[in-house]
Write a protein that binds this ligand. Structure first.
Ligand SMILES: NC(=O)c1ccc[n+]([C@@H]2O[C@H](COP(=O)([O-])OP(=O)(O)OC[C@H]3O[C@@H](n4cnc5c(N)ncnc54)[C@H](O)[C@@H]3O)[C@@H](O)[C@H]2O)c1
Length: 123
């Protein structure tokens, strides 16, 4: 019999031990992007619910699976983040929102610093 490998093309969170119950939502920032959208799928496969926050600057709304709450907005908007965390009773955040084009990061370093560093602080 040929060996089988559990690889499904995306990471599995089944072995990850969360301190909260599976009924608690996780906020996934950048969940409409490449990494974040796959994380949302993996969380769903593992029975964890998620809410996505993304400004769609490079992400795509159609990458967020049906049934997953979606909030369009800037991760640097502290009031919005607080509202989303409260409205959805989020117990954890997985943060993937950011800018990733290396050439842009050297030509526009302050924009990248703001989006990838200071926007991550909850003011
Ligand atoms: N792609 C890779 O191979 C890889 C590897 C290692 C680490 N990472 C890291 O994972 C993270 C995500 O990378 P990716 O490849 O998914 O990029 P991506 O561009 O596909 O996704 C980033 C998402 O963040 C959103 N976003 C950007 N700025 C935002 C803001 N201010 N507010 C809300 N949403 C915002 C974009 O619209 C997009 O949907 C980055 O931190 C990257 O460095 C990526």
């Amino acid at each position: 019999m040929a060996p089988t490998f559990g690889y499904t093309g995306r990471p599995s969170f089944r072995s990850v031990s969360f301190e909260h119950s599976c009924n608690d939502l996780l906020l996934v920032t950048g969940g409409a992007g490449y990494i974040g959208s796959h994380v949302v799928l993996a969380l769903r496969d593992a029975g964890h619910a998620a809410v996505v926050l993304d400004d769609l600057s490079t992400g795509r709304r159609d990458l967020v699976p049906d049934g997953v709450p979606f909030v369009r907005g800037d991760v640097g908007n502290g009031m919005l983040i607080r509202r989303v965390l409260a409205d959805h009773s989020c117990r954890a955040v997985m943060h993937f929102a950011g800018s990733i084009i290396v050439s842009e990061s050297t030509s526009e370093p302050l924009r990248y610093y703001r989006n990838n560093v200071t926007a991550s602080f909850l003011h």
